[in-house]
Each structure stands twice: as structure tokens, then as C-alpha cells.
Design a protein around this ligand. Structure first.
Ligand code: IPE
Ligand code: IPE
Ligand code: MG
Length: 242
């Protein structure tokens, strides 16, 4: 196997990141939690750039979960504002870098101004090809799976015809590869309802760092860890080709 082939097999196709720890990052500094969310938004840009440079074709970022609606209204509003500012600040740059933005989750229950902003960003970047960045904002895996089931029933699909490949066409990640590398920052080791179907065989990487402290060097360390992991997919090691 030459170096090129080696690189191809050891770079994840789809990285998903649970960007956790913004609140604790702020609290540790005596700041309001929203300051942590601002710092967290700042941390996204270098990570996208780095992953793009390393050849990752798809990145899913968890920004707001369906369970996060249970937080104080003031914090929720701050997260929405900061999410909107992120799009305002970086849309042109991401577009120039040939990055396609997509949204995962439910746009309808977000404030109208934010939903429109996201839709505009998706529309503007839809022809881009270097990398797909999924913004999971008001996303929950259980909601996504339930919506898929409802649509299958509404389409009158017969139970015998429901194969994995067909089911995947009803998910919001249709056409994208499975998550093969799932990163969670913040020292907590759980899924919290992120991309459960798509991460079935993901390698999972936990960092104790709070998200605002997770940067390019940490991405390199994480990708190195991925490259030395042996994936088995339920098989015996010597017949796995990745
Ligand atoms: C993750 O950071 C961002 C969101 C969930 C929106 P948190 O806000 O959960 O930060 P911690 O876990 O409280 O530190
Ligand atoms: C997961 O973090 C959601 C996001 C990072 C957007 P949470 O902070 O909401 O997860 P739990 O509550 O610790 O499980
Ligand atoms: Mg958290």
C-alpha cells in the first residue's frame, strides 16, 4: 500500500462533533454562560479549515439539541443570536472556500429570522463541493428517526420494502457517508441524541477540553488517533479493508 492509499484509508470521511463545554468554560472564568457560547462559535472556524485541509469531506456540528429547549430562555436566545452571527460572519468565507452548508434538525420551531438565515446560507452554498458542513441546530436523532418513519408511512411504503438503504434516504443525511469519527469535547462521554443511526460504527473520541479550547492541534491529535484505530465492523481483523 502506497502512502496515498494509506492516507485514504486512515482519514475519516464524515466527522461529527458534539461541541460541549461552553458553559463550563465561561463559568471557570467567572463569565456568563453566553460568553462561553461566543467563544465556542469562534472555535468552529479553525476546526472547519483544518478538517478541510486534512481531506475530510463531511463535518457535522452539534450546535443545539432538541433537549436544549429546556434551558433558560435567556441562554437559548443568546445561542440563537450567536448562531446567526456565526452565519453572518463566515458565510462568504465558507462559500469562497467551496464549502457547502446544510442544516440538520427542525427549522420550523426556530425563530423565523434564524430559519431564514440558515435557508439562505444553504441555498447560497449548495453547489459547493470541497466539503459539506452540517449545522445541527434544533436537531435530535430520535426526532429525525421518527420523522423518517412518519414519511415512510405517508408514502405508503410496504414493510417488506423497508431496507436500510431505503430508510437512509428518509434521513436528513441522505447521500452522505456514515459518521466514521465522532468527537465529543467537555469531558462527558455520551451521545446526547446526536446522529444515532449514522454513528452506529463510528470511532468515538472524547476530549476533556471544553469546546472553546479545542483547536487545530487537537484536531491533528484526534485524526492521528483515528488513523491508528483498528476498525472491525464485526468481522475478524485481517479481512477488514475499511
Ligand atoms: C455546548 O455547551 C453548547 C450547547 C449545548 C448549546 P454547553 O452549554 O452544554 O456547556 P456545558 O456542558 O454546560 O459546559
Ligand atoms: C449536547 O450537549 C448538545 C450540544 C453540544 C449542542 P448537552 O450539554 O446538551 O448534553 P448533555 O445535557 O450533557 O447530555
Ligand atoms: Mg453541555
Amino acid at each position: 500500500m502506497n502512502q496515498n492509499q494509506q492516507n485514504q484509508v486512515s482519514t475519516p470521511k464524515h466527522v461529527a462533533i458534539i461541541m460541549d463545554g461552553n458553559g463550563r468554560w465561561a463559568e471557570a472564568r467567572g463569565l456568563a454562560r453566553k460568553e462561553g457560547h461566543k467563544a465556542g462559535a469562534q472555535a468552529i472556524r479553525p476546526v472547519i479549515t483544518k478538517l478541510g485541509e486534512r481531506g475530510v469531506k463531511c463535518l457535522s456540528l452539534f450546535g443545539f439539541s432538541t433537549e436544549n429547549w429546556g434551558r433558560p430562555r435567556l441562554e437559548i436566545d443568546a445561542i440563537f443570536r450567536i448562531g446567526g452571527q456565526f452565519i453572518d460572519e463566515y458565510l462568504d468565507e465558507l462559500n469562497d472556500k467551496n464549502i457547502k452548508l446544510q442544516h440538520l434538525g427542525n427549522l420550523d420551531s426556530l425563530p423565523t429570522w434564524l430559519g431564514k438565515k440558515v435557508e439562505k446560507a444553504v441555498l447560497k452554498t449548495r453547489e459547493n463541493e470541497l466539503m459539506t458542513v452540517n449545522l445541527a441546530f434544533n436537531y435530535g436523532a430520535r426526532m429525525e428517526i421518527l420523522e423518517a418513519v412518519k414519511s415512510l408511512i405517508a408514502d405508503g411504503v410496504k414493510p417488506a420494502d423497508i431496507k436500510e438503504e431505503l430508510f437512509e434516504t428518509y434521513l436528513q443525511t441522505v447521500g452522505l457517508p456514515d459518521v466514521d469519527f465522532l468527537i465529543r469535547t467537555g469531558g462527558t462521554e455520551r451521545f446526547s441524541n446526536f446522529l444515532m443511526w449514522q454513528s452506529t460504527y463510528a470511532e468515538i473520541y472524547f476530549s476533556k477540553l471544553y469546546w472553546p479550547d479545542f483547536g487545530e492541534q487537537e484536531i491533528d491529535e484526534a485524526l492521528h488517533e483515528f488513523s491508528v484505530r483498528q476498525r472491525k465492523f464485526g468481522l475478524v481483523p485481517d479481512i477488514v479493508t475499511n
